[in-house]
Design a protein around this ligand. Sequence first.
Ligand code: PLP
Length: 283
Amino acid sequence: RIAYVNGAYVPLAGAAVGIEDRGFQFADGVYEGIAVRKGRLIDLEPHLQRLWRSMGELDMDAPMAVGPMRLVLSEVVRQNRIADGFLYVQVTRGEARRDHAFPAFSRPSLIVTCRRFDYDAVFTRAATGVKAKSVPDIRWGRCDIKSISLLPNVLAKQAARSEGAFEAVLIDTDGNVTEGSSTNVWMVDGTNTLITRATSDNILPGITRAVLADLAAEHQVRVDTRPFSLEEAYQARELFLTSTTSGVMPIVALDGRTIASGRPGPLAGRLLAAYKTHMDSCP
Ligand code: PLP
């Protein structure tokens, strides 16, 4: 496998950045995860826009202009001969003598890796759905930035996995669902309205979330962007997750409570079909 590391395409085994990289010492960096389907980067432009926004919010310099970045990303896909995969892009503030304050001079580090990922297996799993577990949301006040500082997300996901659940559903101090540890969360209420939390500084504006909102509108599905409580989620007609690697993934049990009939609902099924078509029609 080949990685791109600060200007060079190198074998992944042995690829390295310095141990004083601020990503390593302070989690002072941002990232993107992009789906590769049939060799194409899905929703590349919104992912690049979000990456630039994340860097901007942290006063971080871009490691290169957007044009060259597009070329590097495609080249990593090509060199790894990936048809279906997951591309990981990470930018950190770079190497500097350890000090919390920004260094006067540092060159941002850019690393890009790509591995195979089986979306068809995910779509198959969506036919039966997954279990989820609620976990208190203990993250910071800027969850809109796609930062590599992911310890609360890691601990939440692990809390879920250790109980056999696929995802952790994060709950804020008001008892409302924020999002999943690496996904956005949606519910369908008794009137077949799709509900998901509005974007703000307490959730990541998911690219899949934005695509799904557009697809819902195209399919004449009502969408209400508002917070919903854990209690509402338990009573939902349908509950599902969206993300780059989960697509549209029904939740059939939450905290051991069966959601609706315990089988994926029709709206999630329709939206997944539309999302697959979207993936296949990306340029
Ligand atoms: N929320 C969080 C916290 C995430 O980390 C992710 C993806 O990694 C998402 C939501 C889903 O975002 P996307 O649809 O862009 O993959």
